[in-house]
Design a binder for this molecule. Sequence first.
Ligand SMILES: C[S@@+](CC[C@H](N)C(=O)[O-])C[C@H]1O[C@@H](n2cnc3c(N)ncnc32)[C@H](O)[C@@H]1O
Length: 384
Amino acid sequence: MTPAARYAAAAEVLDAVLDGAAAEQSLTAWARRSRFAGSGDRAAVRDHVYDALRARASLAVLGGALSGRGLLLGLMRRSGGDAAALFGADRFSLEALSAEEAAHLAAPEPELPADVPEWLLPQLQADLGGEFDRYNNLLRGRAEVTLRVNAARVSVAEAAAALAAEEIATEPHPEVETALIVTGNPRRVQNSAPYREGLVELQDAGSQVVVKAVPFPGGGRVLDYCAGGGGKVLALAARGEATFFAHDGLPRRMVDLPARAARAGVDVTCIEVPSGTYDLVLADVPCSGSGAWRRQPDAKWRMTAEGLADLTQLQREIIAQCQAITARGGCFCYVTCSVLRAENEDQIAATLGQSGDWEEVETRRFPVGPLQDGFFLSVFRRIV
Ligand SMILES: C[S@@+](CC[C@H](N)C(=O)[O-])C[C@H]1O[C@@H](n2cnc3c(N)ncnc32)[C@H](O)[C@@H]1O
């Protein structure tokens, strides 16, 4: 596909997303009906779509319309690209610029809105204060592909060398000692020997830092109550000996966990119903994902006030369930990848903070950064 044709395909996918379809499904549907597209084409179209969605509000203003075409015009304007040369470039491209579009692009740059849902803007500004502008700018960029080195099996330098042997370039994360940032050939990672052999796992650096901050019991029973694919419980299991359990309200989400645990050389038992008590209960609860919206920008635009209220209700239910199964003297760790107080500090204040049965060990925010997603962690110990 020509570069112009890739933009035309991205516009088609974006229009479907703006009509309410999910980005991943729309990309898959486009790839199915476009058998001529190679892997490079699919990757380029995906990048255009996600770049446009991350900054949907500001690009619509820059490009002059909230449409696939308008967002891509905005994207080109932001990067200083020549839209006139690409639009109308060949028979597969988008139509040439209209006189109105050309005039819009030539006019002085308008004031740009923030790239967060309008209804949530006041809440985000109040919650993040002076950090909001930085957060908003970071949300417009791509997230890094990051690996967690399985420190139980290999050193960071050895893992980097094994990846380099397969032409996967990495750099150590400047602050997170187990993290390698993939700087070349990220799409090769999942077929590489270091990945298949469990020397590395795909995991954001923020996620790694949160797990490291969890007080590890050094034995006993450890439960990941919202395990999903198992990222957190696998990182916990890499920290030392204990008996590890994984649970999820939607058990099928754990389908890949046994294979991932086997690759990493750790034992994790998936359970449908927790039984007895656990010395450490970690709940990485379902949340807005506002600390990780770079990775799922269409989720950002789909979030509604009602959806957020439902999530905060579910989070309170999960906290209550976890309180009941934490052993006396054990710890409960509440984790979100949200930057909203409503899902973080307010939840803790309304639940654990009200109970005389629990003492706070630590509550921390891990802000969104250029190299990591944003997280929140609150650790409470159940009084003996
Ligand atoms: C943020 S994700 C967890 C990600 C995972 N910890 C990781 O690091 O890969 C939240 C998970 O909570 C699960 N969940 C939703 N409702 C739940 C409930 N009532 N009880 C337990 N888990 C639930 C979801 O299915 C989802 O897998």
